[in-house]
Design a protein around this ligand. Structure first.
Ligand SMILES: Cc1cc2nc3c(=O)[nH]c(=O)nc-3n(C[C@H](O)[C@H](O)[C@H](O)COP(=O)(O)OP(=O)(O)OC[C@H]3O[C@@H](n4cnc5c(N)ncnc54)[C@H](O)[C@@H]3O)c2cc1C
Length: 369
């Protein structure tokens, strides 16, 4: 039986754990947060990723938890209604189509519940600090002082992946910043918003507000451009204060919703970057999800790519259970064109062709190849 360690209990890590279920392997997850990391915006599960969700046995539950947003109202700089649509979503889809829009927290919860690990299988509040690779295994040392040997290790630890850093060095030339930051805030729905989005795309920062969890909460998404030589504040308190001060300048009810950081129930802040690497594995260690290939939230496809990548990796490990090198090679061979097709969505945004690009890219891989 193989002993495997997955770094990161996020979307890619939990999808991979589910994909390896049933192989009889001993799977451990290591997650730096004290519990599952919640927070984040509504994310789309589209195309082939829906098929993966079905094969992993989570589709029905995701359907149940999907956002039932009915439409969107665009607001101008002065707070006037510019237009309303109950047809097109802001992220390039249609309100009525088969894609599933779900809050990131819900996807993480559903994947975790379906994997249903024994508590000892998840090392919360811990992180890998050292990996020593040799022919027969990987010796892992963690921040909490564990030192254990695994047959395979997977880096599913997001855009700033420490596993990627230990494999390919601290040089982050493979991380290209977009000079654009995003914040995602959860606050109580005190304005009575009912299954409807409001958004302002003319202001700086841009913003979207919509209800989640049966209209109990509001999620606010704020996006701003930054100067190349002006990195965002590092501390959470400063990031929150920055978002609150930006919100005070915005129209509609945004100042009321976001003006006071003390009301923020969840807060996520990201300095957007894309990750592009010449290879996704070394020896017995492989990367999956944003750690390997982050197409940025501007494509709306990061989560679908993470789910599909985790599934394809699991599928190849099943097919080549005795030959991890062949499995990793095949995983990369199948996923590369899919990732490339999805990165093209960024160019399509420039000429307003994003809907067509997404419609093509979301299906640009076969799960039965
Ligand atoms: C809390 C949160 C909120 C997010 N909100 C948004 C959003 O609003 N918009 C958006 O576009 N994208 C958001 N993302 C990113 C989005 O989830 C991913 O781009 C995408 O779903 C791919 O998933 P992933 O599993 O590769 O990465 P992630 O979902 O980022 O998961 C990575 C996991 O690894 C864990 N981790 C990180 N470092 C370590 C470490 N050193 N040791 C162990 N574990 C580690 C993280 O805590 C997390 O659980 C968010 C991510 C997180 C963690």
């Amino acid at each position: 039986m193989s002993r495997v360690l997955i770094s990161g209990a996020g979307i890619a890590g939990l999808a991979l754990a589910n994909s390896l279920k049933g192989l009889g392997w001993h799977i451990t997850l290591i997650e730096q947060s004290p519990s599952l990391r919640v927070g984040g915006q509504a994310i789309d599960i589209r195309g082939v990723a829906l098929d993966v969700a079905k094969r992993l046995g989570v589709l029905e539950e995701l359907e149940r938890r999907r956002l039932k947003t009915r439409g969107v109202t665009m607001i101008d700089r002065e707070g006037n209604v510019m237009h309303e649509s109950d047809e097109h979503t802001l992220t390039g889809g249609y309100f009525a189509d088969q894609d599933i829009e779900v809050i990131r927290d819900e996807l993480v919860e559903v994947l975790f519940e379906t994997f249903a690990p024994d508590p000892a299988q998840v090392w919360f509040s811990d992180s890998i600090v050292d990996l020593e690779l040799d022919e027969s295994g990987v010796q892992v040392t963690t921040q909490a002082g564990k030192s254990e040997r695994f047959d395979l290790v997977f880096g599913a630890d997001g855009i700033n992946s420490p596993v990627r850093r230990s494999l390919f060095g601290a040089d982050q030339t493979n991380l290209r910043y977009l000079n654009r930051c995003v914040a995602n805030v959860t606050v109580p729905n005190t304005i009575g918003l009912d299954l409807w989005q409001y958004a302002g795309w003319e202001t700086e920062p841009r913003w979207i507000v919509y209800p989640s969890r049966e209209n109990q909460d509001l999620r606010a998404f704020v996006l701003y451009d930054r100067a190349e030589d002006d990195p965002p504040p590092a501390s959470r308190a400063e990031q929150m204060a920055l978002i609150a001060s930006m919100a005070a300048t915005l129209p509609w009810k945004v100042p009321e919703i976001l003006g006071d950081p003390a009301r923020y129930e969840q807060f996520y802040f990201g300095d957007l970057a894309w990750v592009d690497l010449p290879r996704w594995s070394q020896g017995r260690v492989a990367l999956v999800g944003d750690a390997a290939h982050c197409p940025t939230p501007m494509t709306g496809q990061g989560t679908s790519l993470a789910i599909v990548g985790a599934f394809v990796l699991g599928q190849e490990l099943r097919r080549h259970a005795e030959d991890y090198a062949a499995a990793f090679a095949r995983y990369e061979e199948r996923m590369r064109p899919f990732v490339a097709a999805n990165l093209k969505i960024l160019d399509a945004h420039k000429d307003d062709g994003a809907r067509g690009a997404i419609a093509y890219a979301k299906n640009a891989i076969s799960l039965d190849a």
